[in-house]
Design a protein. Structure first.
Length: 381
């Protein structure tokens, strides 16, 4: 076989290495400051018990797609439960948030439609938009005026349907989208709003249902995607919205029709997760208290922080290699933080993405801030 392909791939890897962009697979160790297990439900005894019981009852695998033999009553039950949680008519479960976003965006927008996407949307949203046959327009991050400009320009060309696609809480910057403003804009331009609530569901709102509810716009959002592998502590994602759209996704979304269903035990664990979120609101309160505490300590230490107060706190370093070295130095001191580099973030904004969870103590966070300051000084930062 001609080795030109191997040479090409090795050259690509070498190029990544020269730019400080090579990734490594590192298992968890140390105090968790990098995962998305915001409420600490990943190992909650009730979830573990329900999952184990369901494995004993249903087995490990689903054995087929939901439309073949992979469906179980547990999926229907948890989809109904989640729809009520999100105050929508229906929800449909996918085995990952990535698949859910691709399913929605590759299925619903069609040729002749236009999708307006925030420039910092997650890769899964970007890839779903790329798979769509609709036109694409990218607006500046959280910039309502830029979105209005693009929507105004779209009036000059024939458009069947306009979609505005945003995250409610952005995963790398930890900032909130101006959702209420987007609703007003969509009403003015006859557009529909699609919101990815991956990092908000379970954390925000009176009952943890997300930032859509916090903003008071439950009836104004067409669809939301709600990851179940972050604050909910399990896996997969729910798409929630009107029954007619969920019915259509069930029939036409290729990632749903042609994917083997998740293990049935996942549905049981998700039911338990929703039970805990409803029954232990103190977890959300403790998480947000820890966020306030850490942000106050970082401010005392003189570190620049974004104005939003979410559980995601970016520590901007800039240089890729320096960000990796800083993460490694903190890992050696017992703090599991990870370096985030392009293309996950814009060039020259490599960072530590510090992620707060409800299981952290104030002592943990105190020691982390002290260690961070020491490591930054050693690196000349």
């Amino acid at each position: 076989m001609d080795n030109s392909f191997e040479i090409r791939v090795r050259a690509r890897l070498a190029n990544l290495g020269s730019k400080g962009l090579l990734r490594t697979l590192t298992p968890p160790r140390g105090i968790d400051l990098s995962s998305n297990d915001y409420l600490g439900l990943g190992a909650h005894p009730r979830l573990v018990q329900r999952f184990a019981e369901a494995v004993g009852r249903e087995g490990c695998g689903s054995t087929g797609s939901r439309l073949l033999r992979g469906h179980r009553d547990g999926f229907t039950a948890v989809e109904r439960r989640f729809a009520a949680f999100k105050r929508t008519e229906r929800s449909i479960y996918f085995s990952s948030g990535y698949l859910a976003n691709i399913a929605v965006l590759a299925t619903l927008p069609e040729k002749g439609d236009v999708i307006f996407s925030d420039e910092r949307n997650h890769a899964s949203l970007i890839d779903g938009i790329r798979l769509s046959r609709a036109q694409r327009a990218v607006f500046q991050h959280n910039d309502v005026d830029d979105l209005v400009r693009l929507l105004s320009e779209s009036k000059n060309v024939p458009v069947n349907q306009r979609f505005v696609v945003v995250e409610s809480l952005f995963s790398m910057d930890g900032d909130y989208a101006p959702l209420a403003d987007y609703v007003s804009v969509c009403e003015n331009f006859d557009a529909v709003l699609f919101v990815d609530e991956a990092h908000a569901v379970g954390v925000y709102g009176d009952d943890g249902s997300g930032l859509i509810h916090s903003a008071g716009i439950d009836d104004d959002v067409l669809l939301s995607v709600n990851t179940a592998g972050k604050a909910l502590g399990v896996a997969g994602a729910f798409v929630a919205g009107p029954a007619w759209l969920i019915d259509y996704l069930e029939q036409r979304a290729r990632p749903f029709v042609f994917s083997t269903a998740s293990p049935p035990a996942v549905a049981a664990a998700l039911e338990a997760s929703l039970d805990v979120i409803a029954g232990e609101p103190e977890r959300r309160k403790r998480l947000l208290a820890r966020v306030r505490f850490l942000r106050a300590r970082l401010k005392q230490a003189g570190l620049p922080l974004p104005t939003d107060i979410s559980q995601i706190i970016p520590i901007i370093v800039g240089d890729n290699t320096a960000a990796v070295k800083l993460a490694q130095a903190l890992q050696q001191r017992g703090f599991d933080v990870r370096a985030i580099r392009p293309p996950s973030v814009p060039d020259n904004t490599a960072r530590l993405r510090v992620s707060v969870n409800a299981s952290l103590s104030e002592d943990d966070l105190d020691r982390f801030v002290d260690a961070l300051g020491q490591c930054l000084r050693k690196l000349g930062r």
